[in-house]
Structures are given as C-alpha cells and as structure tokens.
Design a protein around this ligand. Structure first.
Ligand SMILES: Cc1cc2nc3c(=O)[nH]c(=O)nc-3n(C[C@H](O)[C@H](O)[C@H](O)COP(=O)(O)O)c2cc1C
Length: 364
C-alpha cells in the first residue's frame, strides 16, 4: 500500500489549521435556482464532502452582470445569503471549512443570461471564441463592451458587497477568482486587455483591478482569510498573453506583498498533462510567490504526495475526483478504489451525479 500519510499531516494556512491537504476544488454544477439561490441539494452535496481539508465553493457570481452560465449561484442578495448559510452551516456541522469563490465572468457570457439582455462587459470589446451554456444549450458567447471608469468602480463595489454577503452567510473565507479567462484574468492578460487608461498597457496597470478588488474585500475579511486563484497557462476562455512568464512573475510577486491565506494555481487543464515545458514554467513561477501555495490540475494521491514532498507546494485541490468521491480523503488514507466521475452529470440536472455517489462504507 502506498503511504499517503503526508496528506494527513495538519497544516496551518493563515489562522486556520487544515486537518489534511486534500482540498476540494471549486466546481460549477449549474444546479442553483434561477435567481442564483442554492437548492437544498447543495447542503447535502457540500456536507458530504466536509472531510476535505478545505472546500472551495463553486464559482459564485458577485452581481447579475457577473453571471455567464445557466443556474450558477450568486452571493449578492438576502436570498443568496440565506441559501448559502444553510450550506455553510451544514459543512461546519460536518466538521469542515468552506471558502466562497467570488466570480465575475466578464465577457464569457451571453445576452440571454444578463439583465435586460445587456451585453457582457470586459477589459476591451473583444469577443471570445468560446461557448457558454444557456437555456438553449451551448451558444457562442456574446460580444462584450469595455468597462468604463464608472463600470469599474461599480464592479469593485460589487466585489465588496459580495464579500459582505459571504461573511453574513458564514463562509470561513473568500477566494477571488482571477483564473480561467474570466473578468480579472481578462484585465491581466494583454490578448484581451487593449485599454489605454490606467487599467491597461503596463503590467502594473493590468494588475490594478485585481489589486483594487483585493483592497476592497480585505475591508471585509482579514487578508489571512482571502486567497486568489490564477491560471498562468491561460488555456480557458480564449485568453492569452504576449509574455505569460513576465506577467505572472509580476502578479505572484505583487501578491506576495500581501499576507494572503494562499495562492491557488491551476497548473494543468484536463488533457494538458505531461507538457513538460508548461510544468517547468509553473515551477519557475512558484518560486516567485512567498506564501502558502495550493496546486491543482490532474493530481492523484501519489502525485500529490510526491509533489508536496519533493518541492514547495503545501496542499492540493482535487476537482473531478471530489465530484465522484465525497469521502476522497478517507479513500486516499486507505488507498481505496475511487468511483469514476460521470461527465454527463457535471453541469445541470438534479441529484443524480451530485449527491448520490457512494461512500466507501455507504452509511450516509
Ligand atoms: C465540472 C467542473 C466545474 C468546474 N468549475 C470551476 C469553478 O467553478 N471555478 C474554478 O475556478 N474552476 C472550476 N473548474 C476547474 C477545477 O477547479 C479544476 O481546476 C479542474 O477540474 C482540474 O482539477 P482536477 O484535475 O483535480 O479535476 C471546474 C472543473 C470541472 C470539471
């Protein structure tokens, strides 16, 4: 039996002690009510996974303009707070901890998902070659408009409100979603950010929106309860940068100046495993961040143990394996067989493929 005990050494992250390093990745499941309030199923789903060292909620939009897919949850109304509070309480009752992933999709949206059929917003008016899921199935995302100064101020204020709502719901912390080609990533990367004001051009300027968002949410949560998610390989949402290493070195260094809980990095996307050049870049970048580092993408228990042991990562988030294995830590502890995730039920639907994956000792 492979020794996975390293995964079960408790670790300090900010002022929290995580009982293990098997963390649950943020996973959009498109099962919320139309207004963005989580359904009761979500309480069961998250409580079932409370043995994770830490749970990251599915991406949760900070405003109605931040929405980009059908039936994703929000965190900006009283109904959202009430719905999420039940989820958070269920996780806490199960002995777990949960951070809320705060999300604005930017240009990865469709007019049919936005209030009064508005166009999505972005750093610049450049339509993505990407699809989203609407009431009519998969559709090309709509053409965006560039945020003006008022729009940027409003977006920052929306992040503040969302952080307050997350706090009222009892979330242990928040994750600012700056990965996967969504709004904050659209400002970072110059394939999309063509602005000529102080939010575009130089790397310093392109990092400004992320910095201002962190400034505002840290008025609500202490920095040691705030983390950031980045995806420097830029493989989602038609995002690109002319010099990713230069950009992300600067971002990692800038984030190191704060006392954040962690940096959470999508190191590989499904299908990209084994790209050694990309992995070398990820490791060079890691050296630029001074703080708690959470790795994600294509890990299993073996690679998590060997990477935690072999170089400088602190914990790992598991995505698809947590969908299919509510008791993933226990399975890793016992080196037990894993359930296989059913891709057909990842996005949307009901409790099938959501709350019905079996536990090892199926008592739940
Ligand atoms: C069904 C599904 C939904 C996802 N939703 C999100 C999300 O809401 N926010 C996010 O940052 N990443 C999301 N991701 C990416 C995962 O967090 C993770 O980066 C990816 O699954 C790779 O990790 P894994 O190899 O352990 O599955 C999603 C992935 C999947 C498969």
């Amino acid at each position: 039996m492979t020794d996975h005990s390293l995964l079960f050494e408790p670790i300090r992250m900010g002022d929290l002690t995580l009982p293990n390093r098997v963390l649950m990745a943020p996973l959009t499941r498109n099962r919320s009510q139309g207004d963005g309030t989580p359904r009761e199923w979500a309480e069961t789903y998250y409580r079932q996974r409370a043995s994770a060292g830490l749970i990251f909620s599915e991406a949760t939009q900070i405003s109605d303009m931040g929405k980009g897919y059908l039936d994703t949850p929000g965190i900006y109304t009283q109904a959202h707070v009430d719905g999420w509070k039940k989820v958070v309480d269920a996780v806490h009752a199960g002995g777990g901890r949960i951070f809320c992933q705060l999300w604005h999709v930017g240009r990865i949206s469709h007019v049919s998902l936005l209030p009064e059929g508005k166009q999505p917003v972005s750093a610049s008016a450049i339509q993505a070659d990407a699809q989203t899921y609407t009431a009519n199935g998969f559709e090309q995302v709509s053409e965006p408009v560039a945020l003006d100064a008022d729009g940027i101020a409003k977006t920052i204020a929306d992040f503040h409100t969302a952080a307050e709502c997350a706090k009222r719901a009892g979330f242990d912390g928040i994750e600012v979603h700056a990965a996967n080609g969504y709004l904050l990533d659209q400002f970072l990367q110059d394939g999309v950010n063509k602005r000529d004001d102080n939010y575009g051009g130089s790397i310093e300027n392109r990092m400004r929106l992320l910095s201002e968002v962190l400034d505002t949410v840290s008025q609500v949560y202490p920095e040691e309860r705030i983390g950031v998610r980045l995806s420097p390989l830029g493989q989602a949402g038609d995002i690109s940068d002319s010099n990713p290493e230069k950009l992300f070195s600067a971002v990692y260094q800038k984030l190191s100046e704060r006392d954040l809980a962690y940096l959470h990095v999508v190191e590989a996307f499904p299908g990209s495993d084994g790209d050694s050049e990309a992995q070398a870049l990820i490791r060079r970048l890691r050296e630029q961040y001074d703080g708690f580092y959470i790795a994600n993408g294509g890990y299993d228990a073996e690679s998590a143990v060997s990477e935690i042991d072999g170089w400088n990562i602190d914990a790992v988030t598991f995505g698809r394996s947590f969908i299919a294995n509510p008791d993933l830590p226990e399975r890793y502890r016992r080196d037990a067989k894993l359930n296989k995730p059913d891709q057909d039920t990842f996005y949307g639907g009901d409790e099938k493929g959501y709350t019905d994956y079996p536990f090892l000792d199926d008592r739940h």
